[in-house]
Design a protein around this ligand. Structure first.
Ligand SMILES: [Mg+2]
Length: 220
């Protein structure tokens, strides 16, 4: 696999960035707020949040800060801003971004994160200049789990899927990308520094993005 690449597409949360931040927001900071307000035990608030959001998993709503701000009657962007010190790149990310940019391969950030979360994370990490394009699936109205997202991204940015490399930490997303036609798809073994390892039964997987530096040598 040494053919030149038309584009490299990377997910943000759990791929470029440590998923520890999102884990803290949804499993700790938000339940803490709800528990403080209602008087329910923290563990109960945590279960309530987990059960409520699980009903929307895989849909665009699951990723929508405004939707959850309404459901939990709590400004989620405020909760995220409070935890912003935890936003950080995963080991190998900075090296990979510099490498791909230096080789002039089109580098696309494609995330299901809400545009407001995307802005917060770009502001904290300063990584925006490395990308030729930054897209939230909210702009297209379909999450990455659906072919409609890939149709829209392709129509928007015009890469050659047969010579495109994609990295994500979500198995459903990787399958959607492959089924749509992306040729090289990689999973991320440990998206959160404080979480467990994930398995990708039908994809190669990496620890850090810098493991792909050698693959990303040349633009097509
Ligand atoms: Mg992710």
């Amino acid at each position: 696999m040494t053919s030149p690449l038309s584009a490299v597409i990377v997910d943000m949360d759990g791929t470029l960035l440590d998923l520890h931040f999102d884990d803290q927001v949804w499993n700790h900071a938000l339940p803490r707020r709800l528990a403080a307000r209602s008087g329910m035990p923290h563990a109960e608030a945590r279960a309530h949040v987990a059960q409520t959001i699980a009903r929307e998993q895989g849909s665009l709503r699951w990723y929508c800060l405004e939707h959850w701000s309404r459901v939990f009657d709590t400004p989620l962007h405020e909760v995220e801003a409070e935890q912003a010190a935890l936003i950080r790149m995963r080991p190998g990310t900075a090296d990979f971004l510099a490498h791909v940019r230096q080789r002039a391969i089109p580098l696309i950030l494609a995330t299901n994160a809400h545009p407001r979360s995307l802005q917060l994370k770009l502001a904290r990490t300063g990584m925006a200049p490395y990308f030729t394009a930054l897209r939230s699936s909210h702009e297209y109205g379909s999450p990455k789990e659906q072919a409609a997202f890939w149709d829209a991204l392709h129509a928007d940015l015009g890469f050659d899927p047969a010579h495109t490399l994609f990295v994500d930490d979500n198995l459903s997303v990787l399958r959607a990308a492959r089924d749509w036609g992306i040729s090289e798809n990689y999973g991320v073994l440990q998206p959160s520094s404080s979480g467990t390892r994930r398995e990708y039964p039908d994809f190669p997987a990496i620890n850090g993005l810098d493991e792909l530096n050698q693959r990303c040598q040349q633009a097509r």
